[in-house]
Design a protein around this ligand. Sequence first.
Ligand code: SF4
Ligand code: SF4
Length: 134
Amino acid sequence: MKKTYVLHFDQSNYDKPIVYRLIKEYDLVFNILRAVILPKKESYLAMEISGEPSLMEQGLDYLVKQGVKVESINKSVKRNEQVCIHCGACTAICPTGALSIERPSMLVSFHPEECTACGLCVKACPPRAMEVSF
Ligand code: SF4
Ligand code: SF4
């Protein structure tokens, strides 16, 4: 399971190794998307966290117990139909089959209901037709 969260820290916890323990003790993987650290003021980290669902739940409980405010962010990926040139590059990389080549037209179709918003196609798309929105 992979989800995106914003973690808000305050004066009482911004300088503690909370994220280190979260990752180490709950066997989670993270990718920091944005970080604002202001000593003695509110700081925040926007990050993707992935791992086994029950461990993720325990990890989030741990954050709350440490006084961290946890905000879940819903991320989605859309295709800009005006920009897509149906080159097919994204279909080879999409892990869920949300992007596929239709035959015999050879047009690339996008099925949002199968998309997990992993973002792999965003980098793979030459004209940048795949867009992430939060
Ligand atoms: S890689 Fe981009 S341009 Fe090519 S088919 Fe996929 S969305 Fe369209
Ligand atoms: S975001 Fe990931 S799952 Fe969704 S269409 Fe792109 S590659 Fe496929």
